[in-house]
Design a protein around this ligand. Sequence first.
Ligand code: TYM
Length: 335
Amino acid sequence: MGDKRGEMKKKRVFSGIQPTGDIHIGNYLGAIKHWVSIQSEFDCVYCVVDLHAITIPQDPKVLKAKIREVAGLLIAAGIDPEQTAIFAQSHITAHSELTWILNCFTPMGWLQRMTQFKEKSERQKEKVSVGLFDYPVLMASDILLYDTDLVPVGEDQKQHLEFTRDLAQRFNAVYGETFVLPDASIPEVGARIMGLENPTKKMSKSEGGEGNTINLLDPPDIIRAKIKRATTDSLREIRFDESRHGIHNLLVIYELFTGEDRGDIEARFEGKGYADLKNKLGEVVVEGLRPIQTRYKELTEDPQHIDSLLTRAAERVRPIAERVLKKVKDGIGIG
Ligand code: TYM
């Protein structure tokens, strides 16, 4: 991995996840599952983005525990820490440094147009931090520091990826070819898993009630209960129809956990009721998450183990980030 990339000719993949709230099946189906499946094909680097997490207030003890939890969950879900780097963003100072530099090349207007900022800041009004406004620049730095070719993310990150490309192009146009232009890789199905209670909005760590998300560490009876309470509609037919948000979302979750094709799924539930679908889906999700939960429990028996994996991974990838940062500094005449 890392520096051997030239010889192996593998394209580099980079992606990140925030250590806030509980990791849910939206994160899993929209991102993590794909991160796992592309590990041997690409040179993958995955980052627990703790600096992004502090753009909103966090309890220090909880944050520290969440960083471990997320790293543990990524490994439990199938990321192989021997092959793939999983590191904490704050362990590599180049992320903060490049962010400052890129801030100086980012038009305010570009950031003002970011829909995630507009949504989040609406709630916080003028208490909103400068960090939250600057969130996309830190994300661009994450990606650009690793000469990233591909960024596997859910649909909600699409605008941030476009921003990253625009910023890289703008910089390259002035200072010469410095950054690799990354492409977003967004799955065709599952890029936007919706909330269970409110299926017109995406499943989110920070929004909606307890019953809106299925978390990777939810116990089986909670998973079944949440699915039973999921919002559906007053129709009867069970089929993939995007205009019927609730049922469509449940079917997509079923499809992604089972790998069955849509025709077979519709045939399976032909003439059956929503309760049948929900019961079956409950089992499918419980069984799908069981191996992750078991592995997670084993892994976290020794919390030091995860800490040392994070430290080692940062050591492995730091030289890549430092090389790019040096190129940037040389280009603009500092450092
Ligand atoms: P975060 O932590 O919100 O989410 C992690 C990943 O999960 C995807 N995701 C979803 N996919 C489908 N349906 C959903 N309901 C759903 N909710 C979340 C997200 O799209 C994401 O891929 N800004 C990023 C973290 C980040 C990052 C990066 C990502 C920081 N630096 C560099 C890629 C590259 C975020 O907040 O993800």
